[in-house]
Design a binder for this molecule. Structure first.
Ligand SMILES: [Zn+2]
Length: 466
């Protein structure tokens, strides 16, 4: 079969992608395969060139940015390096919501502008726009990252996917055939955890024989459990690309054991596509410097030194229809120092990223990650699934599934554990439910913070001593 994939990709993909206006994705992929080995300075020069173009275009064609530049007395030449991005404010979801039309540039390289919703779950979704060429660049980039995770040219990928919004009900057979057997992409609904759906997932995996899986870890977890409980053996898989939710070390180790392949952590979002991805060295995630600038900032919007966790601000260097400059994506992360043993000089960020909402806060402003909660409080074998909801600074509500029914000792243990971690005086209530509700995106969260963004900003300032 070694000739079949390259043949598909070389001769069948181009006309298929061309019909959908996506053919340039293959050209971009070829460029990204080269640029991944560029020296750091060349990457930085390229990034700066793209940023300059974006700043000129935004200040000229987007009435929102025209106004911001004017108010701050800026012109594109006020920017001497990417570090000068601090001259511009964060772009929040609330701003996007309020300024949707004035953000648009009216430019649409590569074809019509596409419309899509932000991936956010804690704040109401806003509408974003993207030009076709930006989409194609992102597609080319995703091909590169899929290759890092083991997808061979023209090889198959199975998406074990929770997000119900990505499912088209009963697509026509032509579309199904094209996606599955020509473009090599198949989606399985991983959100349902009934024995039938798990069995179905196994049958599809065994028959489809993909090179790699692209998964949300919380969806693949029950699938891995099922494999272990039933003593099933996975067909040979070359890699798993994990995205959408934080990937914890225990989960990664379990996937590697059950599916007998390496796991690659990918940081991606609906708004800007792939932002960073692990290479075969697994030493943090390489930032896609060719398509974006990632900043890790404190509450004062200033960049933090490597290793220090802050809010992630993304500048999308590809979207000419709807400039996203210093976009506050709602995640936290940190830059890594030094270089990767793989030889690529693309900058790296740490793997322990969480949505801001995956943290809870103490009155002192200190944040506790979902990971810490998972390890110290929720890690019990006598209860089912648990979700911790922070309703106010001093009050936590725990949802626990009823299978198995939690014993009084388990409930006591959870309350005591929460207080040990979050403070003796916090209020803890427990509710037994049949299922942990999913977010609109299909994700499940272990930890959910319902504090308002203003309250979170205030607490972070307290912690930072501002
Ligand atoms: Zn590397």
């Amino acid at each position: 079969m070694s000739w079949y994939g390259p043949l598909l990709k070389g001769f069948v993909w181009p006309p298929l992608l061309r019909r959908e206006g996506r053919a340039s994705a293959l050209v971009h992929e070829a460029r990204f395969r080269e640029s991944q080995y560029w020296p750091r300075q060349k990457l930085l020069d390229d990034q700066w060139e793209k940023l300059r173009t974006l700043l000129v275009l935004a200040s000229k064609h987007s009435s929102y940015y025209r106004r911001v530049f004017e108010e701050r007395g800026l012109t594109p030449s006020s920017f001497k390096s990417p570090a000068d991005l601090v001259l511009l404010p964060r772009l929040t979801r609330a701003t996007i919501f309020a300024e949707q039309d004035s953000l648009k540039t009216g430019l649409h390289p590569g074809g019509d502008v596409m419309k899509f919703a932000t991936g956010g779950t804690t704040v109401r979704a806003a509408t974003l726009y993207r030009d076709q060429e930006s989409y194609n660049i992102k597609l080319g980039l995703s091909f590169r990252h899929e290759a890092w995770a083991g997808r061979r040219p023209g090889g198959r990928m199975l998406l074990y996917w929770p997000a119900s919004m990505d499912f088209i009900e009963d697509p026509p057979w032509r579309t199904r055939f094209k996606d599955r057997f020509l473009l090599g992409e198949r989606i399985v609904q991983g959100g349902l955890q009934t024995p039938e759906s798990l069995r179905h997932g196994f049958e599809v995996l065994a028959a489809y024989r993909p090179d790699m899986l692209k998964v949300f870890p919380n969806s693949l977890s029950p699938f891995a459990d099922y494999f272990e409980a039933q003593g099933l053996e996975a067909p040979p898989i070359r890699g798993i690309l994990s995205t959408g939710e934080p990937l914890y070390p225990e989960t990664r180790a379990r996937f590697e054991r059950v599916f007998d392949c390496p796991v690659f952590d990918l940081y991606a979002s609906r708004e800007v596509g792939h932002s960073s991805c692990e290479c075969e060295a697994h030493e943090g995630r390489h930032i896609a410097m060719e398509t974006s600038i990632l900043e890790f900032v404190g509450p004062d919007d200033q960049g933090l030194p490597a290793g220090e966790r802050g809010d992630i601000l993304v500048t999308d260097l590809t979207n000419m229809a709807f400039p996203l400059i210093r976009y506050e994506i709602g995640d936290r992360g940190f830059a890594l120092e030094g270089s990767c043993s793989c030889g690529r000089e693309l900058a790296r960020m740490g793997s322990a990223v969480g949505r801001s909402a995956d943290e809870v806060f103490l009155a002192s402003g200190r944040a506790i990650t979902g990971h810490a909660f998972g390890r110290h409080v929720l890690n019990r074998d006598d209860v089912g699934e648990i979700q911790v909801i922070q309703r106010s600074v001093g009050s936590f509500h725990l949802l626990i599934t009823d299978d198995p029914p939690p014993s009084p000792e388990a409930i006591e243990g959870l309350i005591a554990g929460t207080r040990k971690l979050a403070g003796k005086q916090v209020e803890v209530s427990i509710e037994v439910v049949s299922e942990i509700p999913r977010e609109r995106s299909g994700k499940k969260r272990y930890v959910k913070c319902e504090l308002s963004p203003e309250e979170i900003t205030r607490l972070r300032s307290v912690a930072a001593g501002l």
